[in-house]
Design a protein around this ligand. Structure first.
Ligand SMILES: Cc1cc2nc3c(=O)[nH]c(=O)nc-3n(C[C@H](O)[C@H](O)[C@H](O)COP(=O)(O)OP(=O)(O)OC[C@H]3O[C@@H](n4cnc5c(N)ncnc54)[C@H](O)[C@@H]3O)c2cc1C
Length: 322
């Protein structure tokens, strides 16, 4: 079976989970594997129910004290055991902070090939071949795993989320024994910021501002537009380094990858390190006073002008439209 390792937060499946289920189903068809198994570790019952409702054949769950919070060694042991249980030729994880931490550990333990940040999947000569963008999206590389078992991370938004299955899936609880001496690092506490806006990596609309906004005070315009659109707020490393915005809002190579339906950016030049984090966006709207700014090369719509003049008009217009 193809195994997909799902992610949950506060009792809900994360968006990437349904995308992983879809990627697993596609890989199953390509490889002629005998089904799709989804794995949830330390998940709330509501998330397990949501996983069972996805198009899959088997839902594996791992519970217990060792899995109450994330501990890389323990969770990797659970993934490895699940992969062995279903004889998985392919283990899929999200290309998220969680998946990027876990996938190399799992691949290391299983002596498996690791394919990172996959976009699309095909099969050539009986081997799974995946596409991934490299050099900040400038080149698409085709990568193949040469090992019998492959571990892969899937880029958010690369696959449309799986819908409900046609027949009910089975559930199996796995007993995973973890020697506490092997766990060197454990998340002790997760403190959430009082979030009034959607999470950047999950948002369907993102509004981001860069150094072109001139002053941190002017970010209230970005926030106002974001709130009218129900959007997340993002930014560039330049403003984070300047102390204008928190790192949690940084988009790009050393920040977060976003994949919204609409990405509006204001006063952002479009450095490769920023662009690499926004390539999953469906529609990109850019506002920049420099018509030659690199951001326009990847934009679907561009407005050349002063952001501080344009944004108040845009906000009024969005408010008027209701
Ligand atoms: C190893 C490394 C990793 C990095 N990682 C990241 C990363 O993860 N994310 C990231 O974003 N960057 C990253 N960077 C930094 C990146 O190279 C750029 O420096 C940064 O993205 C620039 O931010 P900016 O667009 O806000 O600022 P600038 O490049 O200064 O651009 C400001 C833009 O605003 C425009 N502008 C100015 N005034 C106005 C106005 N009144 N109205 C409208 N437009 C205006 C200008 O024309 C310009 O295009 C990284 C760099 C390195 C070396």
């Amino acid at each position: 079976m193809i195994l997909a390792v799902l992610e949950q937060s506060d009792g809900s499946l994360k968006k990437i989970s349904a995308e992983l289920a879809a990627a697993a189903r596609r890989a199953q068809a390509l490889l002629g594997a005998d089904g799709v198994a989804l794995l949830l570790i330390g998940a709330d019952p509501a998330a397990v129910d949501a996983a069972m409702a996805l198009d899959c054949d088997l839902c594996l769950t791992v519970q217990g004290e060792a899995f109450a919070t994330y501990a890389a060694e323990a969770w990797a042991a659970a993934v490895v055991q699940a992969a062995k249980e279903v004889s998985a030729p392919l283990v899929l994880l999200g290309s998220t902070s969680f998946g990027r931490d876990l996938a190399p550990r799992v691949a290391g333990i299983m002596q498996a090939g690791l394919l990172a940040d996959l976009g699309d999947l095909t099969v050539e000569d009986g081997r799974l071949v995946a596409e991934r963008s490299v050099y900040s999206g400038k080149v698409i590389a085709k990568v193949a795993s040469l090992s019998d078992v492959t571990v892969a991370t899937v880029r958010p938004n690369a696959f449309s989320p799986a819908g409900a299955g046609t027949s009910p899936s089975q559930r199996r609880e796995l007993e995973v024994a973890v020697d506490p001496a092997t766990v060197h690092c454990r998340v002790r506490e997760v403190r959430r910021q009082a979030a009034t806006r959607p999470e950047l990596t999950e948002a369907s609309v993102v509004v981001a501002g860069g150094r072109g906004l001139k002053d941190p005070e002017n970010f209230h315009l970005v926030e106002e537009l974001a709130d009218l659109l129900g959007a997340a707020v993002g930014t560039t490393r330049a403003t984070v380094d300047a102390g204008w915005r928190p790192h949690s809002e940084q988009i790009g190579q050393t920040g977060k990858n976003i994949a919204p339906a609409l990405y509006i950016n204001v006063g952002i030049s479009g450095a490769v390190q920023h662009i690499s984090g926004v390539l999953g966006s469906r529609t990109i709207v850019s506002i920049n006073r420099d018509a030659e700014a690199p951001i326009f090369k990847i934009s679907d719509y561009g407005l050349v002008g002063d952001a501080l003049e344009i944004l108040p008009h845009l906000i009024d217009e969005v408010r008027r439209l209701g």
